[in-house]
Design a protein around this ligand. Sequence first.
Ligand code: TRP
Ligand code: SF4
Length: 402
Amino acid sequence: MRSRVLSGMRPTGALHLGHYHGALKNWVRLQEQHDCFYFVADWHALTTHYEEREVIEKNVYEMVIDWIAAGLDPDKSTIFIQSRLPEHAELFTLLAMGTPLGWLERVPTYKDQIDKLKDRDLATYGFLGYPLLQAADILIYKANYVPVGEDQSSHVELTREVARRFNHLYGRLGGFEAQVAAALARLSKDDQRYYEKQRKAFGETGSAEAWGKGEALVKRAAAAIEGWSEGDTELLLGHLRGSGRAILVEPQALHTEVLRLPGLDGTKMSKSYGNAVLMRDAPAEVEKKIRGMTTDPARVRRTDPGDPEKCPVWQFHKVYSDEATRDWVVRGCTTAGIGCLDCKQPVIDAIVREQQPWRERAAALTADPKKVHWIVEMGTERARTVARQTMKDVREAMGLNY
Ligand code: TRP
Ligand code: SF4
């Protein structure tokens, strides 16, 4: 079975090259091997932009267009909008009941963002709770992997803790012990004793070896015993872990090596800093922006040698240029053999070339808004099927199915 990948993005503006190289490119790659769910995190955008409804409204479908333009394939990936699935809110609410306040207050992005976004009032309940909403987004699809930037690691870690706590609190209910006993009875007497021994050792000492041995035994049984189901495996692994049944799945963050693309001024690329090259900037715009880019401040005159390491243009060459071009840059820059505009030209050409298919796909979709809506509709219904099933399991586990 393919493992499931889930990620979301906030619709707060047109996407730029930083989004593409930092996230989207990876999303596109992942869809070849995994069952991918990608969603527009419009509720998340509201946690910081609750006073700017136009921003979000304008960018929801535009962002989907950028995604597909970049190569997301609606036949391979499930593309949807968070707010179309109230199930996320339901899970968020239910998880909120048992989540200690300290877990949210300790998330590093919480204080960071409040300090950084001083012009916004983020002393809200929604802002504090937003990593838990993110946990609900992830857990509702039982995602195995979550591709996110390093800055979001703590959110995935919180998600894991929330899932673990949920399984611990509710995973043992509903005849769990009896079902475990029934599954165990299908093992040979020796295997039963062996399993119990490993379970005890793991429970008392957390020994990885005991876990490994117990798990290997269960896997062996799964392969050898006729009529053994995946549910049986899950039961015995849950019992071995001491956590009960894994109703919610603990996800893993997926930090793929990404080349960081700085903004035009060398700081982080961001639309709000006015230093971004947009995915859909026209060629003339790209040319103008790159030509105006900051360079090594030591190169005041054309005859002053420079140091690529001190120049944001060099970071672009690392993403866009082949080795021969990069050698030409290093030699030309350090010896003042080339001027900065010469140096920037291959970058301009590479970006314009990269954008070409994006531009074509985006133009086709912009001309056919119905198609974009249809894609989102299909994705939303596909997501809903999964979300509904999880909520059924969750309600049942929590004793809410009356
Ligand atoms: N919080 C993420 C961000 O600000 C967006 C997001 C929301 C997300 N829910 C998610 C990412 C679930 C991964 C998984 O970029
Ligand atoms: Fe930067 Fe290139 Fe100019 Fe060197 S020559 S300072 S690398 S733009």
